[in-house]
Design a binder for this molecule. Structure first.
Ligand code: 7RM
Length: 630
C-alpha cells in the first residue's frame, strides 16, 4: 500500500473515505495476513454503543508484525534498544530474532497456565523483553494490560484487580536516570492485595536483591530454557480484545480502555506510515514509554506492522545530561523522531550547549504528541532540532482513539504551528456547541467530536460498558465526545485548545488555558506556564498562573507586569493573570500532562486534600508549590 504523497491525493483519499468508508478501509486491510477473510467490513450503533470492524475475519496480529516479514526482512533490525546507562551495550533484535524470542516466551506463558482470553499484567522497564511480552500475549490470545513502571503498588494492584489478571510479568528493578525503581518489591506489595495473580514472571535487569515466593514467582531466564521454540499463533476473531490500557478519568477510578484486534492493526499501520511518511529503511524513534498508548501504537505495533526499525530507549531525556536525546539521534542516524512537548520545553530550557555538539542531519521528520505544543516550543523544535528542514507533525489523539486522529502528514499536507491541522482519512471530526449542535463551516470553535466509527476506536471500558457509554457517547447524541475543546480556522485546520474541563470562565468569558499559556510563553524568560482558575469575588473565576522561568527574575514584580502585558496584547486584557507564582517545575503525569486539578486546589487555598496524586511523576514539586502559594 503506497503512502499518500501530496495534498491533492490527501484530499481525494479523504473524500473517498467519507463517501465509501467500507470500501476505503477494505483496501487498507487486504495486504495483511488473514487466516480467514472478513464477511462484513463495518456494523455500528453509537447508541449502544457497539462497533464491529471486519467481522467474520480471523487473524493474529503477531503474524502480521513478525511472521509476515521473515522472508523479506528476517535480518533487518526490528528493535534497537538503547540502555539507560550510556556505557551499556545497545541491543539489536532482527525480525527473525524477535520472532524467536516471542515464540519462546509465548510458550513460557502457556507453561505457566495462560490461555486465550486471560488478562496478563505487565509492569516492566523499557527493555526489549517488554515488547516481547506484549507480543507473546497477543500471540497466544491473552489480553495484555501494561502498567507504567512508575505507578505505585496501590495503582498496580487496583489495575490488576479491575481486570482480574492471573499473571504478572515484572523485573527485579528498573533503571531510570541515576535511580533504580524496585519493581519486584512494589509488585510484591501489590500482589498482597491482588489475589487473582497465580504466577509472577520476573526478569533479571538490575540484579537487585528480591524475594521469590516459591510456587508463585518464577525467573524469566529459567523459564525460557524449559520450553521449545515454536509457537503457532492463536487464531483470533477480528473483534477479539487485544489489550486493556488504563487511563485516568475525572473520578479517581481509572478506566480500562479495551482495544480490539483487526481494526487496531489496520489503523495503527496506516497512520504510522502516512503521518510520519515512513519509507523502507528509515530509522524511527518514539521516546514514549510502552506504559502508555503512544508506546503501544507507535513503538510496538505500528512500526512492526510496517516492517520498520523501531528504537526503544530505556532512559530519561536528561540523563546523564540534557544532550542524551540528541546523542542518540546522532549515533543511530535517526530519521523520524517523535516526542512530547514537555520534553521539548525542558530540553530547550537546558540551553543550546546540549544541542550544538551533535550532528542531527539524519533527521527528516519530527513529531509531537500528548498536549498542545505552544508556538515558542514549536519554533525552537523546528529551528534548533529540525534546522528548518524537517516537517513537524503535531499529532492529536487519545488512549481511546488507538491511533493518531488529527495531524498533518509530514511534508505532504501543510503544517501550522500549534495546529494539529487536518483529520486523517477516515476520521469524521466535527465541532459542536454546548447543545450538541454541529458547527458547520470554518472559523468556529467548540467541542471536538467524531461522528463516524474508525477502526482503532476503543470498544468498551473493561467491566463497565455503561461508563463507556456515559463518558463518550451520551454527552452528544450519536457522536463520540473527545473531552477536548478545539477550533477550526479559516482554512479548516484544527487547533486543540485543551481539555474542556480546562476552560476558564472569567467574568463570563470563555478562556482556554492553552491560549493564555501560549501567550505567556512568548515572553523570552518564560519557559512554561500553567493556568488554572481560582474563585474570585467579582469575576467568578480569577486567573492563576504558575510560571517556570529560564532565569530566575531579578525583579519579580516587573516580570509579572511584562507577562501580563503580553497576555493583554495577545489574548486581551480579560486573560491577564490575577496571580502569578514563579515555580521551578509543574506537577505532571507520567505522560507529560499538567495535573491542573492539583494546581487548582492549591490556587484556591485548599492544600490539605489534594485527592489522588498516584499518577504524579514527581510528588515533591507539590511541596515547593504549596510553600510558594500566593
Ligand atoms: C496520545 C495521548 C489524550 C489527551 C487528548 C488531549 C491531549 C494529545 C495532543 C493533545 C493537543 C496534541 N493519549 N493531546 N495529543 N492536545 N495537541 N497533539 O496523549 O489519552 O494520554 O491523552 O491528550 O487533551 O484528549 S492520552
Amino acid at each position: 500500500m503506497e503512502n499518500i504523497k501530496d495534498f491533492n491525493s490527501y484530499n481525494k483519499e479523504y473524500r473517498k473515505s467519507i463517501k465509501s468508508p467500507e470500501q476505503f478501509w477494505q483496501e487498507k486491510a487486504s495486504h495483511f495476513l488473514w487466516r480467514k477473510k472478513w464477511d462484513n467490513v463495518l456494523s455500528w450503533d453509537f447508541n449502544k454503543p457497539e462497533v464491529k470492524w471486519f467481522e467474520g475475519g480471523q487473524l493474529n496480529i503477531t503474524e502480521n508484525c513478525l511472521d509476515r516479514h521473515l522472508e523479506k526482512r528476517g535480518n533487518q533490525t526490528a528493535i534497537k534498544w538503547i540502555a539507560n546507562n550510556p556505557e551499556e551495550q545497545n541491543r539489536c533484535l532482527s525480525y527473525s530474532e524477535l520472532y524467536d524470542e516471542v515464540c519462546r516466551f509465548s510458550n513460557v506463558l502457556k507453561s505457566n497456565g495462560a490461555k486465550k482470553g486471560d488478562r496478563i499484567c505487565l509492569y516492566m522497564p523499557m527493555v526489549p523483553e517488554l515488547a516481547i511480552a506484549v507480543l507473546a500475549c497477543a500471540r497466544i490470545g491473552a489480553i495484555h494490560s501494561v502498567v507504567f513502571a512508575g505507578f505505585s503498588a496501590q495503582s498496580l494492584s487496583d489495575r490488576i484487580n479491575d481486570a482480574n489478571c492471573t499473571i504478572l510479568i515484572t523485573a527485579d528493578g528498573a533503571f531510570r536516570g541515576d535511580k533504580i525503581t524496585p519493581l519486584k518489591d512494589i509488585s510484591d506489595e501489590a500482589m498482597d492485595t491482588s489475589p487473582t495473580i497465580q504466577k509472577c514472571i520476573v526478569l533479571k535487569r538490575t540484579n537487585s536483591d528480591i524475594n521469590i515466593k516459591s510456587g508463585r514467582d518464577v525467573w524469566w531466564n529459567e523459564e525460557i530454557e524449559k520450553v521449545h521454540k515454536n509457537c503457532t499463533a492463536e487464531v483470533m476473531d477480528s473483534e477479539d480484545p487485544l489489550f486493556i490500557l488504563y487511563t485516568s478519568g475525572s473520578t479517581g477510578k481509572p478506566k480500562g480502555i479495551v482495544h480490539s484486534t483487526a481494526g487496531y492493526m489496520i489503523y495503527t499501520e496506516f497512520s504510522f506510515k502516512n503521518v510520519f511518511q515512513y519509507n523502507e529503511g528509515d530509522i524511527y524513534w518514539c521516546t514514549a514509554d510502552i506504559g502508555w498508548i503512544t508506546g503501544h501504537s507507535y513503538i510496538v505495533y505500528g512500526p512492526l506492522l510496517a516492517g520498520a526499525t523501531t528504537i526503544m530507549f530505556e532512559g530519561v531525556p536528561t540523563y546523564p545530561d540534557a544532550g542524551r536525546f540528541w546523542k542518540i539521534v546522532e549515533e543511530n542516524k535517526v530519521n523520524i523522531f517523535y516526542t512530547a512537548p514537555t520534553a521539548i520545553r525542558s530540553l530547550e530550557a537546558n540551553g543550546m550547549e546540549f544541542v550544538t555538539p551533535y550532528d542531527l542531519s539524519s533527521l527528516k521528520v519530527l513529531g509531537t504528541v500528548g498536549e498542545p505544543i505552544n508556538e515558542d516550543a514549536w519554533h525552537w523544535y523546528d529551528k534548533e532540532i529540525g534546522k528548518g528542514n524537517c516537517p513537524i507533525v503535531d499529532t492529536w489523539w487519545q488512549t481511546e482513539t488507538g491511533g493518531i486522529m488529527i495531524s498533518n502528514l509530514s511534508g505532504v499536507t501543510p503544517s501550522k504551528p500549534s495546529f494539529a491541522t487536518f483529520p486523517l482519512p477516515g476520521i469524521q471530526a466535527c465541532l459542536v456547541d454546548e447543545n450538541g449542535i454541529e458547527l458547520e463551516g470554518n472559523s468556529v470553535e467548540g467541542r471536538l467530536c467524531v461522528k463516524f466509527p474508525w477502526p482503532s476506536m476503543a470498544r468498551t471500558i473493561y467491566g463497565d460498558h455503561n461508563r463507556f457509554r456515559e463518558t463518550y457517547f451520551s454527552v452528544f447524541k450519536n457522536k463520540y465526545f473527545t473531552g477536548d475543546g478545539c477550533l477550526r480556522d479559516e482554512n479548516g485546520m484544527y487547533r486543540i485548545t485543551g481539555r474542556v474541563d480546562d476552560v476558564l470562565i472569567v467574568s463570563g468569558h470563555n478562556l482556554g488555558t492553552a491560549e493564555i499559556e501560549s501567550a505567556m510563553d512568548e515572553h523570552k524568560n518564560v519557559c512554561e506556564a500553567a493556568i488554572v482558575a481560582f474563585p474570585h469575588p467579582i469575576k467568578g473565576n480569577g486567573v492563576y498562573a504558575y510560571v517556570i522561568c529560564h532565569n530566575s527574575p531579578d525583579n519579580k514584580e516587573e516580570l509579572r507586569k511584562e507577562i501580563n502585558d503580553l497576555v493583554s496584547k495577545i489574548v486581551g486584557p480579560i486573560g491577564k493573570a490575577d496571580k502569578i507564582q514563579f515555580v521551578s517545575s509543574l506537577p505532571k503525569t507520567r505522560s507529560g500532562k499538567i495535573m491542573r486539578r492539583i494546581l487548582r486546589k492549591i490556587a484556591s487555598g485548599d492544600t490539605e486534600d489534594l485527592g489522588d496524586t498516584s499518577t504524579l511523576l514527581d510528588p515533591f514539586v507539590i511541596e515547593e508549590i504549596k510553600c510558594g502559594a500566593l
